[in-house]
Design a protein around this ligand. Sequence first.
Ligand code: CMC
Length: 427
Amino acid sequence: MQKKTFTLIDNRTGKEVEYPIIEGTRGPAAVDFRNLFKDTGTFSYDPGYTSTASCNSTITFIDGAKGELRYRGIPIEILAKEHSYLETCFLLLNEHLPSISELHNFDLELRHRAFLHEGLRNLFNAFPDNAHPMATLSASVTALASFYQEHLDMNNETEYHEMAHRIIAKMPTLAAFAYRHSLGIPFIQPDIDLSFTKNFLTMMRAYPGGKMHLGPLGHEEIKEIEVRALDTIFTLHADHEQNASTTVVRNVASTGAHPYVAISSGIAALWGRAHGGANESVIAQLEMIGSVENVDAFIARAKDPNDDFRLMGFGHRVYKNFDPRAQVLKKLQDELKETLGLDSRLLDIAGRIEEIALNDEYFVSRHLYPNIDFYTGIILTALKIPKNMFTPVFVIGRTVGWITQWIEFKKDPSSKIARPRQLYLGD
Ligand code: CMC
């Protein structure tokens, strides 16, 4: 039988060391290098963790070469088409899809937990009017930790699930508060009669008092197709294994800090434009390009090694063929084109960029394909969600992933404090 080990030879000394290979249930195997330093006195050097598995996990699987993404074994395309965001949340937390009664109870519990403590209003009011909602959101999630200080018993599932349900339920309310504060309009608390996603859209759009704003034809009610579109976007964002923000959440978890503080740090990491902040940057870039005629000049800038301009919404560390989330959204975008009246000028510019990039040697040879963020912005704009709320929408969807990863980390007996080493090159 083939030996499942990996032999390293230190050519300075000729010393050979053998390491076990650990097989995963899907995807590449990993070499267990945990004893490398003890055995050889050297560290592995891997900035950006391009070849390092930092943990084991049963939550999400990605095959970047095949463009495959699964939550708890179920392909993302099936979840996006046949299941709601709340079903997806339940699946991530409980490792199985809910029965009708489980879903009913889960939904009810989230509705009950969605309101915010009155004390939190004061925190929002301390921020300047023009504060970016991501700054306010991250701070308010840290503040939330101070309202729930109890020590969690990780052997008590009811206890840690309650902690998870609370943050999932409150995140849309926190995000909507952050947005309403940025406009200087009164906060509204969630409505217990509304579903998770409709509630968020309502808290974003409603006139103080809870009624929808008046359009030319009377009250502009939220359409079911809008709710479905946003629900799909939440599902596509729900988890994405060990990306930058999730790694931050796990690293903060490793120090024993409060779970909401870990999530607040995840929000901060997500904000950057190489990660979740890309969705806001995509629309800003499309607006800057302005018309189809200008696309070629920007493509030339993206290809110029002396220009740090990058095409936002293109490329991914793991997907080297296509991003399956982007494919679901492209279909959704086509479906919504007529019904929601997507911005045709932005669509034309985006379409031209996509056409060039998918055929241009620069992008093809580097495996740079449109990612999820390339498509979310145009859809969110049609849902009347402003640019500065695109990344908070990503946060709402991803909260379940972060907290599920937090739970997995805390329950894994092999978890240790995150403490990488360095290659020192100074004096
Ligand atoms: N436009 C132009 N060139 C690019 C782009 C881009 N968007 N992305 C990568 N490249 C080039 C890069 O210049 C490099 O070229 P060369 O080999 O000649 O130096 C090569 O492709 C490899 O790039 P990299 O930076 O080493 O790749 P990475 O895996 O470290 O970075 C990335 C992945 C997503 C940060 C990067 O592709 C990027 O900055 N994309 C734009 C931002 C974006 O859309 N982010 C959202 C990611 S999906 C949402 C999420 O999950 O967070």
